[in-house]
Design a protein around this ligand. Sequence first.
Ligand SMILES: *Cc1c(COP(=O)(O)O)cnc(C)c1O
Length: 428
Amino acid sequence: MGKNEFLKEQFGVSQEILDMIDAAEESVLREFKRVEDIAQLNEMKVMKAFADNRVGAEYFNPTSGYGTDDMGRDMLDKIYAQIFEAEDALVRHNFISGTHTLSTMLFAVSRPGDLVVAITGKPYDTLEEVVGITGEAGRGSLKDFGIDYMQVDLLPDSSPDYDAIKKVLTEKKVKAVWIQRSKGYGERKTFSASEIGEMIRFVKEISPETLALVDNCYGEFVDEKEPTAYGADLCGGSLIKNAGGGIAPTGGYIAGKAKYIELCAYRLSTVGIGRENGATHGLNKQLYQGLFFAPHVVSQALKTAILCAAVYEKLGFLVEPSSKEVRHDIIQSIKLKSGDALKAFCEGIQKGSPVDAYVTPIPSYMPGYADEVIMAAGAFNQGSSIELSADGPMRPPYMVYMQGGVTYESAKLGIIMSVKAMKDKGVI
Ligand SMILES: *Cc1c(COP(=O)(O)O)cnc(C)c1O
């Protein structure tokens, strides 16, 4: 029995849908090749860093208590630094999420009276309370500590507003600029690592002492280089997204200039102790293995996103990026235009998950988000979005953001089932 016969018999997918999926896949083989080439390059960087740093089984031994002299932990920092072309890095399971990692970066370098300026528009939803533009006063946001925040919105064509950025940098003393690589829940383009490099060059030319901090979530291993290779002082992200390769069970990383990495370590643990303590409980192996898998897994997620774009283009939806565009993160957004379509899409994606394939996602409140959010996810690591997942806030224009897929074969089922669910519900 061929794959399409199996899909028809066991999943009830019509021949019409299967023909459409096959045609969509056929149309993006060239894009798949490009993704595979970048994965090959990034995997070579990982292999070189492992070999140069003499990775051996002893690095996977668990430590407990203070975790002083945890070799595997300290070496993983060096390995990340090499791959990210940075002076140093801090890779820890103790970062509970991307938001925690990015919050650590912000608090590490800011002091009372400083000004932080977001130059790529509003930061990711969960960072609003961190900087203090939403949420109750008195909880310890940047604002509570007397650290000012400003943002320069992107121009209508998604490019940075260089005139406005120049104005702020000349009129005020800016401690750090905040650059978000991925679109997050916004309707804009994602920036490439080299475009971020251009922003950094622009900022430093006007104000050399201003730091460039990059939210690199979802961007790792998508381009040939990372923002640190283009001069970012710090860049960070979550290990249950790209850099953890679907294997790291939790955690985050920060890469960048040594003296700021040091400050991040003081902020994560305590001033004085910094990076010298921190038991790893036997998680090192998963963090190493996740990094080893990451370039390939990112390529699988990218192929999933490209197929999704090709399929929904054929169905007449507005997709971003398009199937033919060069990508800079793993996110695919689709403007679904109605709540029913958004729900059907997520129901279909859920059916393509290895875990909880039988459940029906429903919109609900999520801590840190202003609107109700619907999320489809059936991941081995809870909330992991390098594993196939889709989510979107229940507000017009009902954008869905789909990402992940640790194997193309499994994630493709999610795409197929999303089309089936939309057809069954009569929204397409
Ligand atoms: C996911 C994400 C975050 C936050 O990461 P969490 O792990 O969900 O806290 C921040 N910024 C961007 C652009 C993201 O995609």
